[in-house]
Design a protein around this ligand. Structure first.
Ligand SMILES: [Zn+2]
Length: 197
């Protein structure tokens, strides 16, 4: 199974940071994505970064990269996970929303299985945190994410790893144990999926 880990936005993308400006989604997700890839490789899995660059690679280009791998390996032999950090406010204010969630596009059965495996692992590794699994009905704020889910031919999911504009979530995100938990849940969820299908 070819495992493609996407780290979302570019480091020059405006916004996408905590209200105090200290936490930057793109920098954080790049670190997390790299560690997920290397842990999966250590476990003998064929994982790679979808976006090794620091720049914002367009959603269209990211989908083209995924779909090239689908042509090469067969779409049943590729999965894509896009790593994000959520926000509930406009970037200026701290918000109340908290927790972890996973998104799929509608009608992709294998992606739902992958989302379930990740949510199961999240329940284990984020046992003290709020979990919102498979929030696939859609939310206006996540349109950009859905593009990647809609235009890729393999199972693809997007994880929103806690809220960068919630003080408690942010503290968790920045802690060593929080980062470890987020990495581990992705690694274990992916391996569980591969063993299931
Ligand atoms: Zn994002």
């Amino acid at each position: 199974m070819k495992i493609l880990i996407d780290n979302g936005h570019g480091i020059f993308t405006p916004g996408k940071r905590s209200p105090d400006g200290q936490f930057r989604e793109a920098i954080y997700t790049r670190q997390i994505a790299r560690r997920i890839v290397s842990d999966l490789q250590d476990r003998g899995q064929d994982a790679q970064l979808l976006v090794p660059e620091d720049d914002d690679i367009s959603l269209k280009e990211r989908c083209a990269r995924v779909n090239r791998q689908c042509l090469l390996h067969g779409k049943k032999n590729v999965i894509c996970i896009s790593i994000h950090v959520n926000a509930s406010e406009n970037g200026q204010n701290w918000g109340k929303a908290r927790g972890w969630s996973v998104y799929t596009s509608k009608g992709q059965t294998a992606a739902d299985v992958l989302a379930d495996c990740l949510a199961e692992a999240a329940r284990k590794y984020l046992s003290n945190q709020a979990i919102r699994a498979d929030w696939s009905d859609g939310d206006i704020d996540f349109e950009e994410g859905f593009y990647l889910l809609r235009h890729t031919s393999c199972p693809a999911v997007l994880t929103e790893n806690m809220f960068m504009d919630n003080r408690q979530d942010l503290q968790f995100l920045e802690s060593g144990s929080g980062q470890r938990a987020i990495i581990d849940l992705h690694v274990e969820g992916v391996i569980e999926f591969i063993e299931t299908v």
